[in-house]
Structures are given as C-alpha cells and as structure tokens.
Ligand binder design. Structure first.
Ligand code: BMP
Length: 244
C-alpha cells in the first residue's frame, strides 16, 4: 500500500509555498512541549513538516508528543528522527510505537542493511501505510569516514525497498547532486546542515533537494516566523531561477 507521506508533504509545499521542515530537538520536558506547541501555532503557514529528534522524545515522552501531533496533524507532516539502526524485530517494535503515536514517517540509518535490519521497519511502514526516510550521508565531517563511502549503495537500498525519501547533507552538495542523479524523482531529498551548521539557506535546494531541514536558526531565533520567511524568500528566489 502506498504511504500518504510523500503526497502530503508535497501538497503542503505547494499550499504553503514552502520547502522548510523544522527540526525540533529541545529537551526540557514540559517546557519543550510548550515551546513546540507555540512554534506549531505560529509557523503553520510557513513550514511543511516538523521533525522531532531523540532529545525531545526522551524528555517529553511519546504520549505527550502524540497528543501534540494529533492536535497539529492537519497543518504539518510529522517526522520522527530516532535514526533507527537496530535489528529487525526491534526496528519493527520501535517503528510501530512511533507510527501509532501519529508520526507520518520515521528516519532510519541505511547502513544496517535490509535483511534482518531495515526489513522490520519497511514491513511495519507498509502495513500501516506510513513513510520511511533513509540517511545516506550526514552533515558532519566524520560522515566521510564511513557512511559517505557507501552513500550510493544506501540510495539504492532506499530505492529498492520503496523509501519515500533520503537525508543528505547541505554541507556537501556534491552528494546531494549525486543522489538526485541516481534517484531522479523517485525519492524526496531532505537536507540538514543549513543555518546553524554553516551551509547557507537554499544550498540544499540549489543542489536539487526538495526540502531543507532547519532547526536552531529558527527555533533559537527571537522571531521564528520572520526567520522562516527569510528562508522561504531565499528558496523562492532559487526555485524561481530554476524554473527559468
Ligand atoms: P540544526 O539546523 O539546528 O543544526 O538542526 C539540524 C537537524 O538535522 C538536527 O535535528 C539533526 O538531528 C538533523 N541532522 C543533521 O543535522 N545532520 C544529518 O546529517 C542528519 C540529520 O538528521
């Protein structure tokens, strides 16, 4: 069964004219939940998805997050970023909990391989018609040590098993360009690393990504809406150029 994740995130991109996925990693329990709720209230016209990281999940608990996801599920797609990397039965159990909590897609590492690893996640995603996003390269320098050397094979795994998207770094644009060449339009590409990690806003989009994952530059801004608008304007300029 096809997951609605890809369709929904692209619909939201069109409606909101936005290519921004907000990364939220704050970790001070109830306070973080309140902050996330306030950001969801204020950014709904400018951000298409909310990616929630492990620090937030561990500090707020899944039940509270699930209520927040339920409240804002019409406004955003919700992505769980636990960067799964376990054996199949554990991946299956963990992803079931995350999908049941309302997340539309789960991010997993690809280097664990399919048989006895990713298959638990993919089977659960198919059963529940939810999305899988595979990390094929990371934004930090150490990604060159191991993951980058097999990035192309990780893209192949994502394609073969029907992942909806991949994560690739805005800090190393050649990789994003290569992923796009290999995957064509079969995979969404989400690029972290812009803003706080140094890549300029729009770098990932210029290299062919569909979305930029942006955390602290928006969540830490004194005016998150204005910051999101600034990023949107830059994306609009780049996409306008590309259309010409
Ligand atoms: P920030 O914009 O605050 O640097 O946040 C980036 C987000 O993207 C974080 O949630 C992080 O977990 C995620 N991320 C990353 O930074 N690099 C990667 O290679 C993969 C990620 O998921």
């Amino acid at each position: 069964m096809e997951s609605g994740f890809r369709r929904r995130i692209l619909e939201k991109a069109f409606e909101k004219k936005s290519r921004v996925v907000l990364a939220f990693d704050e970790h001070n329990g109830v306070e973080a939940l309140g902050r996330l709720s306030a950001l969801c209230e204020s950014l709904s016209e400018h951000v298409v998805g909310i990616k929630i990281g492990l620090p937030t999940m561990l500090s707020t608990g899944l039940n509270s997050l699930s209520m927040l996801v339920e409240r804002f599920k019409e406004d955003y797609v919700f992505i769980s970023d636990v960067k799964m990397a376990d054996v199949s039965h554990v991946n299956s159990l963990a992803s079931r909990l995350l999908y049941d909590a309302g997340f539309d897609a789960v991010i997993s590492h690809g280097f664990i391989g399919y048989e006895g690893g990713l298959e638990g996640l993919f089977n659960e995603a198919k059963r529940l018609a939810k999305g899988v996003i595979i990390v094929v390269s990371m934004s930090h320098a150490g990604s060159r040590d191991f993951i980058d050397q097999v990035a192309d094979r990780l893209v192949q795994i994502a394609l073969k098993h029907g992942a909806e998207g991949v994560v690739a770094p805005a800090t190393r644009l050649r990789i994003v360009e290569e992923v796009r060449k290999t995957a064509g339009s079969s995979l969404l590409i989400l690029t972290p690393g812009v803003g706080a990690q140094g890549a300029p806003y729009g770098a990932g989009i210029s290299a062919g990504a569909d979305f930029e994952i942006i955390g602290r530059s928006i969540t830490g801004s004194t005016n998150p809406v204005e910051k999101a608008l600034e990023v949107k304007r830059e994306h609009g300029r780049i996409l306008g150029q590309r259309a010409c």
